[in-house]
Design a binder for this molecule. Structure first.
Ligand code: FAD
Length: 488
């Protein structure tokens, strides 16, 4: 896994750009030609599109754009306030990167004592997954520092810094199904295969969005919009302010800007692989070094939600933008080339991988960060390191290590500095780059999504701008809907 707060395997590939590979690429004999397509030559030419009438597809109270973790939670939260809610998603399913992106490793939801500080709709989704669709320690183990438990769960990515955590592996298909069931069951209107391409900005207030689909271009009008696109598309389309900087995050590289397509294989025996790692660390180290030497890159295999499934969340590629279609195309092809090179190597060399076969290359590209909101109060590492508790706290994040207290998430980080009619949830909430390193994790996106949806529901219900709602009422409603907040 790749997140900075995680303990990293020393052999993890980190941050090389495309072109680092040495071309061991024999499986199936495919793709022996160029590694990636040449980008289109830059052009300054433009055309003028004629003005046209756009049909209004529907009018609603709350429009949620983006059906990832943040959007899913936002839609449910707003709907539970009795509002009409429509969610628009560009792909054919819900779950975003946690499903279509094969990011099936849900980061920590518990603090270092084992208290589930990320609760609410995210936890509800996990609890609704059927038997066999989730692998992780039960509540009785959260916070345990018992060495045997830590050793067992560390191998399965649910123990960090000598503490067992709520941090399970999940089956992405069941997350999609469970998300669909939850939203449809609550009465949320789900519009799939619909890509929002423009915000409707009425003199500084967002009043809906225009989307494109097989039916062409259509509008949805709403009292309040939640931008849960992960890339802050709605705010950017409305002309709102954002930042795009990234910075060293203390793990040896600039993780925020790395991109790749994750992949899963099956036909593997991960128990054998884990035993090999555990019982012969020198041989394991030598194998991974040889892989890096031969391939020019090597990524760490992680046991999935079953012992016959492995997930690779890299190799990461750096120097590309998640907003540039030429870059996205290049990274997509290169990630698949690397996946096949891995398959070739692991099948030949790695215990437990002899019969591995490709289950899925993620349909959704793994983009960690593009734009972040310029919000009323961006979260900063200085604040959370100092243990600042915000009076408008709408969520609590686990801290990256035992050195720091749990982290208070202010409502002001979800509010644009200037635009009205819109609130944001997800990996693009207002923060500095170091804080985004954990605020982008799936549980945190569920949390800010739930807060954004609750705020949007209250604002739509009262006919107020999101920034004008009563924060005490928002916090009360979040608690009522199961969110964890510090006592005032
Ligand atoms: C490779 C990788 C590994 C990671 N590892 C972990 C991990 O181990 N644990 C962890 O917890 N987190 C991890 N993360 C982070 C986490 O997966 C994401 O940051 C999180 O899913 C973001 O949630 P979100 O709802 O903000 O955005 P997303 O999950 O990106 O969802 C946004 C949704 O909006 C849709 N959308 C976007 N634009 C539009 C538009 N214009 N119109 C309509 N729909 C649109 C997208 O299709 C998508 O469904 C990882 C991320 C990556 C890329």
């Amino acid at each position: 896994m790749d997140e900075p707060q995680r303990e990293r395997d020393p052999e993890s590939y980190f941050g090389a750009g495309i072109g680092g590979g040495r071309g061991l690429f024999t499986t199936g004999g495919a793709w022996s030609g160029p590694r990636s397509p040449a980008p289109a030559p830059p052009s300054v030419a433009t055309i003028t599109e004629p003005a046209r009438e756009i049909p209004v597809h529907e009018e609603t109270d709350v429009l949620v754009v983006g059906g990832g973790p943040a959007g899913t939670a936002a839609a449910v939260a707003a709907r539970r306030l009795g509002q009409r809610v429509t969610i628009v998603e560009r792909y054919g399913d819900l779950g975003g990167l946690s499903a279509g992106g094969l990011v099936i490793w849900i980061d920590r939801m518990t603090d270092w004592e084992g208290t589930p500080v990320i609760a609410g709709i995210g936890a509800e989704l996990l609890d609704r997954l059927p038997e066999g669709a989730l692998a992780g320690p039960g509540p009785e183990l959260w916070g345990s520092t018992e060495p045997e438990q830590v050793a067992y769960w560390r191998e399965r990515l649910s123990a960090f810094r000598d503490t067992v955590c709520r941090s399970p592996m999940i089956d992405p298909e069941w997350l999609k199904i469970t998300s669909h069931e939850l939203l449809v069951g609550e009465g949320v209107r789900v519009l799939l295969h619909s890509w929002v391409v423009a915000a409707i900005n009425d003199q500084g207030t967002v009043r809906g969005a225009i989307f494109e689909s097989k039916q062409g271009r259509r509008a949805i009008l709403a009292k309040v919009v939640v931008d849960a696109t992960g890339d802050l598309d709605v705010i950017a389309q409305a002309g709102g302010a954002f930042v795009t900087d990234a910075e060293k995050d203390g793990t040896g590289g600039n993780v925020q800007h790395t991109i790749n397509t994750a992949f899963t294989w099956t036909g593997v025996d991960m128990r054998r692989w884990l035993a090999f790692k555990r019982e012969d660390p020198a041989a394991h180290h030598e194998l991974m070094s040889r892989g890096r030497e031969l391939l020019g890159f090597v990524d760490t295999p992680h046991v999935g939600w079953r012992d016959d499934v492995v997930v690779f969340m890299g190799p990461r590629l750096s120097g590309y933008s998640g907003l540039d279609v030429e870059h996205l195309s290049t990274v997509e092809l290169e990630s698949r080339r690397r996946m096949v090179a891995h398959l070739d190597f692991f099948r030949k060399e790695a215990p437990g991988f002899e019969n591995a076969w490709i289950m899925l290359a993620a349909p959704q590209m793994g983009v960690r960060m593009t734009r972040r909101l310029t919000g009323v109060l961006p979260m900063t590492s200085a604040d959370w390191k100092a243990g600042v508790r915000h009076p408008d706290e709408v969520g609590v994040s686990p801290s990256p290590s035992q050195k720091f207290p749990t982290i208070s998430v202010p409502y002001r980080a979800l509010l644009p500095e200037r635009l009205d009619g819109v609130v944001v949830g997800g990996r693009h909430v207002a923060s500095d780059a170091a804080t985004q390193a954990f605020m982008r994790e799936i549980p945190q996106c569920w949390m800010t999504g739930q807060a954004a949806g609750t705020a949007a529901g209250l604002a739509a219900g009262a006919g107020l701008a999101p920034r004008a709602i009563d924060v005490g009422e928002l916090r009360g409603e979040l608690r009522r809907q199961g969110a964890f907040l510090h006592e005032p």
